[in-house]
Design a protein around this ligand. Structure first.
Ligand SMILES: *[C@@H]1O[C@H](CO)[C@@H](O)[C@H](O)[C@H]1NC(C)=O
Ligand SMILES: *[C@@H]1O[C@H](CO)[C@@H](O)[C@H](O)[C@H]1NC(C)=O
Ligand SMILES: *[C@@H]1O[C@H](CO)[C@@H](O)[C@H](O)[C@H]1NC(C)=O
Ligand SMILES: *[C@@H]1O[C@H](CO)[C@@H](O)[C@H](O)[C@H]1NC(C)=O
Length: 401
């Protein structure tokens, strides 16, 4: 918000009378004639300010939302105007934690950050699975750089209810309960809001190498609508779905060997599930993204699939992805040190972040592990090799929907 206000004020100050907006009191107000702008009243003077990137003013939240016209969710036919087709992001990231790229366990450091999650329901608070510190750190959306607050774990490595052992991913529901993929303990923990310990909602069943046995946990996707979570099972080349806390997974994709056929996955690292229960999987060994419509046993390649490499149609070990409501894919192309956007029917990707070799400069990534988008469209990256979290701001654009 601070950034939006300052840029807006610098570039778009307009005296009230021109637009006939009368300030009754100080604050922020909707512009009745344009959803993409709003008025700020200060000492009785009104300023017309544009929301960045075609964002829409939300008068309830008093902020610009990454909410254009909500597309109609039609699971049979996904044709819709793509409002984010041309969106761009700042070249340089802002470091919210891990400024010196060093490991550490104080509030300004992390040690091997893996999953990053943005709670778009609650002020864009950012959560990080701080693996080697065996804790989950929370960064307030309103003061991102003020340091992390430990909200789960942080009590040494172990399997007690108040401990974690190498957490790899985190998800927070609408009620701010925290779900953690607690890798070393082979369990999914749920820490209710403000709790000082967690409850195990699923464990790995070690008695067999059956469908509930996840060999190597890279990430977790929690589908709140169906109260289901999905785990990519890296070494078995498959995606498992666990319904409402059951210890027994159901295979929903892969399980056909580490090959590159349409029904196999080779080292899946993450999964994203949309409102239509369409699965998108980063098939890292095959350097592609596979899409499975609900119930399908065969995947369709929607990004990559041209071998390992760094040209526009290739990927190199994609580790994580997000999908927006217009079905644009944001793919963390880890070994290429970049983030690629693929539109719904694109044959090539566009580099929107990074692509400048590995390193710790503001425009670089190094073995980055996961990405998340906030409600304004800013992108957060867990930059594992640099033990930092980078934020890339969405830029203004002229196209609005
Ligand atoms: C404004 O934000 C609130 C709270 O997130 C949400 O319920 C509401 O739908 C939003 N309004 C619009 C017009 O997007
Ligand atoms: C999940 O299961 C618990 C108990 O097993 C039940 O109380 C709860 O309603 C279920 N939730 C959903 C969303 O199905
Ligand atoms: C573990 O797996 C075995 C064999 O598939 C099954 O019989 C048992 O019920 C499972 N236990 C749990 C706790 O899910
Ligand atoms: C990228 O490389 C692959 C493999 O050599 C090739 O098939 C493809 O046409 C190239 N794509 C672009 C956009 O250069």
């Amino acid at each position: 918000m601070k950034i939006i206000f300052s840029i807006g004020i610098l570039s778009l100050i307009v005296i009230s009378n021109v637009y006939g907006f009368t300030c009754k009191n100080d604050g922020f107000f909707a512009n009745p004639s344009d959803v993409h702008t709003y008025y700020q009243c200060s000492s009785g003077v009104s300023y017309l300010i544009s929301c960045l990137a075609g964002l829409v003013w939300n008068d309830t939240e008093k902020m610009c939302d990454w909410k254009t016209v909500d597309p109609i969710t039609n699971c049979e036919n996904s044709q819709q105007t793509n409002c984010y087709k041309t969106a761009g992001w700042s070249t340089d990231g802002t470091i919210i934690v891990g400024m010196d790229s060093e490991r550490g366990s104080d509030s300004q450091h992390l040690s091997s950050p893996l999953g990053v999650f943005v709670d778009t329901h609650n002020g864009n608070n950012v959560y990080v699975a701080d693996k080697d510190n065996d804790r989950i750190q929370k960064f307030l959306g309103s003061s991102l750089s003020s340091g992390g607050i430990t909200v789960a774990g942080g009590n040494g490595v172990g399997s007690a209810p108040n401990q974690l052992d190498g957490p790899v991913d985190v998800y927070v529901d609408k009620d701010e309960n925290i779900y953690i993929a607690d890798y070393g303990n082979h369990r999914i923990q749920m820490w209710p809001k403000d709790a000082i310990s967690g409850i195990t909602i699923a464990v790995r069943n070690d008695t067999s190498h059956g469908v509930n046995y996840v060999t190597f946990l890279y990430s977790m996707f929690f589908h709140e609508k169906t109260h289901t979570f999905y785990l990519p099972d890296y070494f078995h080349g498959r995606i498992l779905k666990f319904t409402n806390g059951s210890n027994n997974g159901i295979i929903v994709a892969g399980n056909n060997g580490d090959v590159s056929t349409f029904n196999s996955l080779d080292g899946p690292t993450s999964v994203f599930v949309d409102d239509c229960e369409t699965l998108y999987v980063t098939d890292s060994g095959n350097c592609r993204v596979q899409k499975y419509v609900k119930g399908a046993s065969q995947g369709i390649t929607v990004a990559g699939g041209y071998g390992r490499g760094n040209n526009a149609s290739q990927l190199n070990m994609p580790y994580s992805l997000q999908v927006d409501k217009y079905k644009n894919l944001y793919i963390l192309d880890t070994y290429n040190g970049r983030i690629q956007r693929w539109g719904p029917n694109d044959n090539v990707g566009v580099t929107i972040i990074g692509g400048h070799d590995f390193g710790n400069a503001a425009n670089q990534l190094m073995y980055s592990y996961s990405l998340a988008l906030d409600s304004e469209g800013n992108i957060f990256v867990s930059d594992l090799g640099n033990h930092r979290i980078q934020k890339f701001n969405i830029l203004p654009e002229t196209i609005t929907c």
